[in-house]
Design a protein around this ligand. Structure first.
Ligand code: CMP
Length: 141
C-alpha cells in the first residue's frame, strides 16, 4: 500500500557529513523523498515532538542531542513506507542492527542513532504535520 512516513537525519549524522549517504540508502531501497528541509530545533520544539517520551530516563539526553545542531526532516513515500523505512534504519539500538542498515553503519549509540522514523500511521501523520504544511509535500507522480 502506498504510504507516507516521516524521517529525521539527526544532529550526530548531519555533523559527520552523512546526509547524502543516508538519503542514498533511502532512495536505493525504493523510498521517494517528497518533502525535505533543514531545521535547528529549539528545546521547546524538540520536547513537543518527543512528548510521548517525556518522563522517561533518556528524555533529557534525547532533547540535548536533538538540539545540538541542525537536522534534516523529510517525508518519504513508497509501498509500505513506514515498515520499509524502519527496516532500512535498523532497530533503535545500533548494536542490534543488521549489517547494511543505517544504524549499523552510522549510529554512534542508542542516544546518537543518526535517524528517526515514524513507528505507525498515526505517528507518521502527526510527525509530518509537526514540520510540514500541505503545500510543502509533493506526492510522487
Ligand atoms: P527515536 O526513533 O528518535 O525515538 C526516541 C529516541 O530516544 C530514540 O530514537 C533514541 O535515540 C533515544 N533513546 C535512548 N534510549 C532509548 C531507549 N532505551 N528506548 C528508546 N529510545 C531511546
Amino acid at each position: 500500500m502506498l504510504e507516507r512516513t516521516f524521517s529525521i537525519i539527526k544532529p550526530d549524522a548531519v555533523k559527520r557529513n552523512l546526509i547524502g549517504q543516508i538519503v542514498s540508502k533511502l532512495e536505493q531501497n525504493g523510498l521517494k523523498i517528497i518533502a525535505s528541509k533543514m531545521v535547528f530545533l529549539t528545546v521547546q520544539e524538540a520536547k513537543g515532538f518527543y512528548a510521548e517520551h517525556d518522563g522517561k530516563p533518556f528524555f533529557d539526553t534525547l532533547i540535548k542531542n536533538m538540539t545540538a545542531g541542525p537536522i534534516i526532516v523529510q517525508v518519504l513515500e513508497g509501498d509500505d513506507a513506514i515498515a520499509k523505512n524502519r527496516e532500512i534504519m535498523g532497530p533503535t539500538d545500533p548494536e542490534k542492527a543488521p549489517a547494511g542498515s543505517i544504524r549499523k553503519e552510522y549510529a554512534i549509540s542508542m542516544q546518537q542513532n543518526s535517524v528517526h522514523g515514524s513507528d505507525s500511521p498515526e505517528s507518521a501523520q502527526r510527525e509530518i504535520s509537526y514540520f510540514f504544511s500541505e503545500i510543502e509535500v509533493f506526492s510522487a507522480p
